[in-house]
Ligand binder design. Structure first.
Ligand code: ADP
Ligand code: ZN
Ligand code: ZN
Length: 740
């Protein structure tokens, strides 16, 4: 390419990640002064089509880089930061993740920024205070109503007002800047120089037992270099205590620790355990924060003011100048994988980050994912095991109840009813798990077999009775009236089939009228604060029945629960997804782990129609590790992940034939290039073929050679995007967790 005709004003160029759904960065020109000033990792405002967007500088091009003649170079609008706000490691991390997950770099970079910075707001927004310099200058603002208003407000607060507060009351920054030019008000920055607080322990560490000691010492040997650990410890075996003691050593050296948890809202007590151990600045980063809180926490992490950064998956992209350790708790949890848009898995990105930062990473779980278990078996993760409950509590005993032969009332077997009564009489608590909210999953006509189905999905409506009787589709949100009579045969013979938590609540109240039943699901906890209220009640040690969905399975410490009952787990055994048994096993062990955490031994009852299922054979009669070994062996035989790598291409449109035709053409194209390096399954309709009125189909790609497959898929994905009809939606999911 020639560059002899280079216009000298085009010499200085920067490359910018712009938040648009395009897979490349864009080049912009800058003046020489700007070029000298700009740092990679700073934000710039740039024109893009008709919009003005906030991008991040990823590269300063050397003046002799050839210009691509296809594009007309535009100039940046404004340099937003005079220093890099995203460090080199996070830039690399984002670049890698964009490549690996086939997602536009500009959008990945946006994940790394808090909303206010994405919007182009000043970095020091939270420190910007406006003050009046001249209190008698009304004349200078009389031509603009907005300026008059702003000036009046500022005069009320002679010590200054934060810009964010002014913005909230409708006074725009642009207005303030306009008055500033007249010399009658001024913006001051609050002092932002801070030194980290010295680390202090707020609470003494527990005396670690031998297994914990061994784990702690092994992890601590790996400082200042990359090493991955799988902390595989029973529920209640003291994994958190291991994290805390390892963190203490790392914090003592003035380094930062990143702790990732699945969902902060559901397990506030995990957060409070970290907070109550250390007296130091802890930055909380999760989606429940408002924009300025999030910016503040992000800045504390990014400047090094915060020593502990505790967050959900997106906290992973926060710059941290002194990162010395990453901990990812409950590593098996599905919420570490983003299901929409940028479909990254926090576990894998975290491992890559630990590589870049040259620091250790600890993945912890009582039910490790088969993926991590496999890495541990291969020695790519150091396997640390905690095989005893800490503090002397015993593991609960597991029992299976065969629903085919059991006598039952309201779907609950007589054995279970008797056991529940015994526990309640002893003033203990009982936890009943059913992963299905609502009253009943199916409404059927007993005369003609008509079923109430969602008109937009291949799914039954769920019957709800509260706050009023209605039919609700849990997949697309459609709500319908419950018909008085069968719409097909007109008979009044409609009958709910199966049970949801609301129905079981009714039955339990009937069976155990003397004890409270606390229902915990998305319906009963939708109001702010209601979960906390229930939570406090559970910790008051009164005998009661807790009834709930997944929400009850997550890492909670319920010291008075001695009996756990799992009412119906069979749907998880019937699913077509190859990970379904893994998820089911994890759920059973996690729910079971809520039993017997205090000083009384716990028991667990699992009701099933399929007591002979191989899952129970290992899981109930042996343990999770036996299950994991057997499952990994199965995956090896079937050549499924993690024994091969997968990529899923999803396709959605109003017509299933269009999907099939398009995917068939596309798979042919891939086959031409990749030959038999990639095993192609499909196109096949998705397990739920129609959802919200649109048809879904997909293709699964599998290969033993990840790098080569990704190489072919990268090219191919661009072709898919190029050829797809505009009415069709496609998405690519690298290392998919669910084949839905
Ligand atoms: P996990 O994170 O593995 O589920 P936790 O860290 O929550 O386990 O520990 C379970 C219980 O055991 C907690 O109440 C904790 O305080 C207690 N515990 C943990 N380690 C010890 C120890 N070394 N000595 C005494 N109690 C401990
Ligand atoms: Zn009917
Ligand atoms: Zn629906």
């Amino acid at each position: 390419m020639t560059n002899t005709c280079l216009n000298s004003s085009d010499l200085y160029r920067i490359r910018v990640a712009v938040p648009v759904h395009v897979y490349d960065c864009f080049d912009y020109k800058v003046s020489q002064v700007e070029y000298d000033q700009i740092q990679v990792g700073a934000r710039v405002a740039v024109p893009f089509g008709r919009q003005h967007l906030t991008g991040v500088v990823t590269e300063k091009l050397s003046p002799d880089t050839p210009i691509d003649p296809r594009f007309q170079l535009k100039a940046i609008t404004e340099l937003l930061d005079d220093h890099a706000i995203i460090d080199d490691k996070v830039l690399k991390l984002a670049g890698w993740a964009a490549q690996y997950y086939q997602f536009p770099i500009g959008e990945v970079m946006h994940t790394a920024l808090p909303t206010l910075l994405r919007q182009g707001k000043p970095y020091n927004l939270l420190a910007r205070t406006w003050k009046v310099l001249d209190e008698h200058a009304e004349a200078k603002v009389k031509r603009s109503e907005k300026q008059q208003e702003a000036y009046k407000v500022l005069k009320l607060h002679p010590h200054g007002t934060l810009e964010t507060i002014l913005n909230l009351s409708g006074i725009e920054t642009a207005t303030l800047k306009a008055i500033e030019k007249k010399g009658i008000i001024r913006c001051e920055l609050e002092n932002q120089n801070f030194s980290p607080e010295p680390l202090q322990l707020a609470q003494m560490p527990l005396t670690a037992n031998d297994e914990q000691k061994k784990a702690i010492q092994t992890i601590l040997k790996a400082q200042n270099k990359y090493q991955g650990f799988l902390l595989d410890g029973l529920t209640g075996s003291g994994k958190t205590e291991v994290y805390l003691q390892v963190m203490h050593e790392v914090l003592k050296q003035g380094k930062q620790v990143l702790v990732l948890v699945p969902e902060i809202g559901l397990t506030p007590q995990t957060v409070s355990r970290f907070q109550s151990r250390f007296h130091c600045n802890i930055a909380l980063l999760h989606s429940g924060l408002n924009d300025s809180k999030r910016l503040q926490a992000w800045q504390h992490a990014q400047t090094g003011k915060a020593s502990i950064i505790l967050g959900t998956r997106s906290a992973l992209f926060t710059p941290m100048p002194k990162l010395g350790l990453i901990i990812l708790d409950e590593e098996h949890d599905l919420s570490f994988k983003q299901h929409e848009g940028f479909r990254y898995h926090a576990r894998d990105v975290a491992m890559y980050r630990a590589h870049l930062e040259q620091c250790p990473i600890v993945l912890g779980s009582a039910t490790p994912s088969i993926d991590s278990f496999s890495l541990a078996q291969q020695g790519k993760l150091t396997h640390l095991q905690l095989n005893h409950r800490a503090g002397g509590a015993l593991m609960p005993k597991m029992h299976l109840i065969d629903l085919k032969i059991a006598k039952k009332q309201h779907g609950i077997s007589d054995t279970l009813i008797k056991e529940i009564q015994i526990r309640l009489d002893k003033k203990e608590q009982v936890l009943i798990f059913l992963n299905r909210r609502g009253y009943a999953p199916v409404l059927i006509c007993e005369s003609c077999a008509w079923q109430a189905n969602c008109p937009h999905c291949d799914a039954h409506f769920t019957l709800h009775k509260k706050p009023y009787e209605h039919l609700h589709c849990h997949h697309c949100g459609t709500i319908n009236r419950v018909p008085d009579a069968c719409p097909q045969c007109n008979q009044q013979t409609l009958k709910p089939i199966g049970m949801g938590t609301a129905k079981v609540e009714e039955s339990l109240n009937e069976l155990f009228p003397d004890h409270p039943v606390l229902r915990v699901d998305r319906d009963s906890t939708s109001r702010v604060g209601s979960w906390q209220k229930i939570y406090d009640q559970i910790h008051q040690s009164e005998p009661m029945i807790l009834l709930g969905t997944q929400m009850l399975a997550k890492g909670h410490h319920f010291p008075y629960v001695t009996l756990v009952a799992i009412l119906d787990i069979d749907s998880g055994l019937l699913s077509v997804d190859f990970r379904a048994t893994e998820r089911t096993a994890q759920l059973i062990i996690q729910v079971a782990g809520r039993a017997g955490r205090g000083d009384k031994k716990g028991e667990v009852y699992v009701q099933t129609l399929r007591p002979d299922h191989p899952l129970f054979n290992t899981l109930i009669h042996k343990d999770y590790r036996a299950f994991a070994k057997a499952t990994l062996a199965d995956r090896q035989l079937a050549l499924m992940p993690p024994c091969r790598y997968a990529v899923l291409l999803r396709c959605e449109s109003k017509n299933q034939e269009d999907n099939q035709r398009f995917l068939t053409e596309m798979t042919q194209l891939l086959r031409q290039h990749a030959g038999d390096l990639i095993d192609i399954w499909g196109p096949i309709p998705a397990p739920m073929e129609r959802k919200a009125g649109r048809y879904q189909a997909h293709v699964v790609l599998l290969s033993q050679d990840r790098a080569k497959m990704h190489f072919y898929v990268r090219e191919w994905w661009q072709q898919v995007l190029h050829y797809k009809p505009s009415s069709m939606k496609v998405s690519i999911d690298v290392d998919p967790q669910e084949l839905s």
